[in-house]
Write a protein that binds this ligand. Sequence first.
Ligand code: NAD
Ligand code: TYD
Length: 355
Amino acid sequence: MNILVTGGAGFIGSAVVRYLINETKNNVLNVDKLTYAGNLESLRDIENNERYRFSQTDICDRVSLDQLFKDFQPDLVMHLAAESHVDRSITGSKDFIETNIIGTYQLLEAARHYWSQLESTKKNAFRFHHISTDEVYGDLESTEDLFLETTPYSPSSPYSASKASSDHLVRAWHRTYGLPVVITNCSNNYGPYHFPEKLIPLIILNALAGKPLPIYGNGEQIRDWLYVEDHARALYKVVTEAEVGETYNIGGHNEQKNIDVVKSICQLLEELAPNKPEGVHNYLDLITYVKDRPGHDLRYAIDASKIEKDLGWTPVESFETGLKKTVQWYLNNTDWVQRVQSGEYQNWVKTQYDE
Ligand code: NAD
Ligand code: TYD
């Protein structure tokens, strides 16, 4: 099959592209604008594979999208391109509205135009897979509740509101035009190639540099962490096996308080990076409570039983094994880290953390 992946130079997108090239026989076209979050370095391992190609394209650019659909003739579209960081959506929401809402609209229209002209076998087999987040459901009050596919939407941040909007557009394009769509809503991912503005890589790299480890508010907020390669595997199952119009929640059964995640990283670093920066006796001493994120969601947790039951997917990695692999990856890949921490990253850290 020909699979058009948007956002393939990002954290999850690059794991999906690596999976498709290494574990399947499909051809991949990676369509990515290469914002600050997109790094072709993350695709070094597969960039010379003859089944892989790349186009630096903005998903808001309909003319270019039409040409890409025409030339590549995709059987499947996996749409991951997005602005993805909640804190950035709070300080500047414009790009989130443009890429996540308008960009998804332009991609839907390009896909619809292309799909409507396909002959019937190809037309029936075509899928538009929209990759979304559990943040569209808002936060959970009781520690018992879990997000189901039927949980009402109640997004809190400009990021999650823009993702919720894009989910609605995708469902409307299915209901109104018959476009064969599938949607997945996943919990927090972690793993290699994660841009260090997000909690786990930020904490690993700050600790190694002897910098404060910023905990928003009281650190009691809960996230359900999934190793990124487990997510990539789930996405391929959904796009190839799910019924048209279905939605699947994807999660890792790994609920953790932020403060506990940070403590676990510190403990792993004591073991894996015992030579600490000057003046640091214990990585835990670097923990610093800072002002809370406005509108901060308290708890996310996924009920992933539908994807387990229908498609037989379960995560392979436990939080313990996944976090150790992740910390080790950052220790082994200092070149990648140095490159992504240059330029724009410095400005973000300065404005967000007052450094
Ligand atoms: P990311 O920020 O690491 O990567 C996003 C990619 O999209 C980058 O390569 C960027 O260059 C590209 N991009 C941004 N705007 C674009 C545009 N206008 N046109 C083309 N490309 C553009 O994000 P991620 O963490 O890999 O997330 C991927 C998808 O998964 C997103 O849709 C996100 O909402 C969703 N998601 C993420 C998580 C998570 O924990 N990271 C969890 C659930 C769902
Ligand atoms: P993040 O990785 O930004 O993911 P999301 O906001 O999409 O869940 O943040 C994960 C959690 O960690 C979230 O509750 C906010 C918190 N956090 C901090 O406490 N300090 C930080 O410096 C960052 C980036 C996040």
